[in-house]
Ligand binder design. Structure first.
Ligand SMILES: [Zn+2]
Ligand SMILES: [Zn+2]
Length: 317
């Protein structure tokens, strides 16, 4: 079968490889791309195995044994470590990562699989993985994400757009900041007020979805006294983040991180997509074959924020 293999930073090849080995084999119908894949390609990533490594972690296909359509969750928590025992399975100390969606077939533990609701497209179901991370991040905001709250999302990438939609569904008054006009238009369609830059001090809830030290700082500066700030975008390893101490102390800001998701949040995300509460067509873009993946991941990140869909059944032309 054909698969995308990373041989080192910047070295992506599409190769003929052996069948994947694992509990359940899934024939891939769609694997969506995200910023993590670009990081995996350019710099490597702590969740990748040794090179040559398979990647792609937002994957939907058919089980070869039963024919059922499934989302291949990208992780399985051990269920036994201290963090799992405390209920934080998203932070499991011995997480098994399930990567390799950019391939004709992927093998996965049964525990990673989620049933896809009838009628939901493969590409739409694949974004349940990142949407589950957005669901988790909004849960981290707790009661700050209440109806009527002045909420801001910093960053109009696909994660920021999904966060804005979820906050809108909860009844928040949502402002989304992004410097790209096209992404501000996408935010409007999802129910948010678009701005280029967040005004300082005005928001009861700020969700950061950029993943740069400057954005973490801007998120804190946009928060009103007593507000909650949720940091969703991970800063690159080694980033030296200097946070403004005045607001943190005198304005009693509640600053929280949000990482990954739980299996229940993945199922919830699938339901939101199947019911149309989150319109996956607003987030998903062009479909490509495996051969176009390397070039597509390196394309400049401008214009609308949309996930690529890799359909490994498509042949190069
Ligand atoms: Zn992702
Ligand atoms: Zn664990």
């Amino acid at each position: 079968m054909r698969a995308a293999l990373l041989h080192g930073p910047g070295d992506l090849r599409i190769e003929e490889v052996g069948e994947p080995a694992g509990e359940i084999t899934v024939t891939v119908e769609a694997a969506t791309s995200c910023a993590t894949d670009v990081k995996c390609l350019l710099y490597g990533h702590r969740i990748l195995g040794p090179y040559p490594a398979r990647f792609g972690h937002e994957t939907v296909g058919r089980r070869e044994d039963t024919g059922a359509r499934v989302l291949v969750g990208d992780s399985v928590a051990c269920g036994r470590c201290a963090r799992c025992a405390a209920g934080h399975t998203q932070l499991c100390e011995r997480m098994t990562w399930v990567l390799g969606g950019f391939a004709e077939r992927i093998a996965a533990p049964a525990g990673a699989l989620h049933a896809v609701p009838d009628g939901l497209d493969a590409a739409g179901a694949a974004i349940a993985e990142p949407l589950a991370a957005a669901v988790h991040a909004v849960a981290r905001a707790g009661s700050s994400a209440r109806a009527g709250a002045r909420a801001a999302v910093l960053g109009g990438g696909t994660m920021g757009l999904m966060l804005a939609r979820l906050l809108h569904l909860q009844g928040c008054d949502v402002t989304l900041a992004d410097r790209h006009e096209e992404r501000r238009a996408q935010a409007t369609a999802l129910g948010a007020h678009p701005v280029e830059v967040l005004a300082p001090g005005g928001f009861e809830l700020v969700m950061e979805a950029v993943g740069r030290p400057q954005a973490w700082r801007a998120a804190i500066e946009a928060a009103a006294p007593g507000a909650t700030v949720v940091l969703v975008g991970g800063c690159p390893a080694g980033s030296d983040v200097t946070l403004p101490s005045g607001p943190l102390h005198y304005a009693e800001l509640d600053v929280r991180g949000a990482f990954h998701h739980t299996p229940a949040e993945v199922d919830h995300a699938l339901t939101l997509l199947a019911d149309g509460d989150v319109d996956w067509r607003a987030i998903v873009g062009a479909t490509i074959g495996l051969d176009e993946l390397g070039e597509a991941l390196l394309r400049p990140n401008t214009g609308e924020a949309r996930k690529l869909v890799v359909d490994p059944r498509r042949q190069a032309h």
